[in-house]
Design a protein around this ligand. Structure first.
Ligand code: S3P
Length: 186
């Protein structure tokens, strides 16, 4: 276990662990993280939001000023240095599991859940493309082609998660049940 997981801070459930949600942009990681955290009465951590707060700029502005590689390094450092409470739900950025050893690190330090969606489902949910630097200016057709290609690369990493679940119309209680069934103990 990593030293940054704080085993002193227990939730009222007595320490479930850290639940990392991964998946493509638009699959609902941030929303599902909040809902799960609500059910578990524990904190929610959004790695992108931590970066925005620490850097004082939006992700889009950070990309524009420093480039994608600097962002990937920053997300890697943020993931590994954050002082996680013992029980919490973490929403990761869509690219985070696919760089460095981030996926392996999350598997070692918590529970990992891949929120899956088909490329068509993702297109239907990705309306606000301007705040996502990788999707800026794309129409639906271009976005679909981009998602199909990127998912092929990224699924190699996303699928290293211990639990895979389609997150389109997924009830938070059902998600929690699936996590409990796989990991047990809480
Ligand atoms: C990215 C996803 C974004 C954000 C950045 C890069 C990606 O997070 O980290 O724009 O490479 O897929 P969301 O998945 O929360 O949109």
């Amino acid at each position: 276990m990593n030293k940054n997981i704080n085993h002193e801070k227990k939730s009222h459930l007595g320490g479930v662990g850290v639940i990392f949600l991964v998946g493509f942009m638009g699959c609902g990681k941030s929303t599902k993280a909040k809902q799960l955290a609500n059910l578990l009465a524990c904190p929610v951590i959004d790695i992108d939001a931590v970066i925005v707060e620490q850097q004082g700029v939006s992700i889009a502005d950070y990309f524009a000023a420093n480039g994608e590689y600097a962002f990937r390094q920053l997300e890697n450092e943020t993931l590994k240095s954050f002082d996680y409470p013992e029980t919490c739900v973490v929403a990761t950025g869509g690219g985070l599991p696919c760089y460095f050893d981030n996926m392996e690190w999350m598997n070692k330090n918590g529970m990992t859940v891949y929120l899956e969606m088909s490329p068509q489902q993702l297109v239907s949910r990705l309306h606000n493309r301007e705040k996502r630097p990788l999707l800026k200016g794309m129409n639906d057709e271009e976005l679909l082609a981009f998602i199909v290609g990127k998912l092929e690369e990224r699924n190699v990493f996303y699928r290293q998660s211990k639990l895979h679940i389609n997150s389109f119309d997924l009830e938070p209680k059902k998600l929690l049940e699936e996590i409990k069934q796989l990991y047990g103990g809480f």
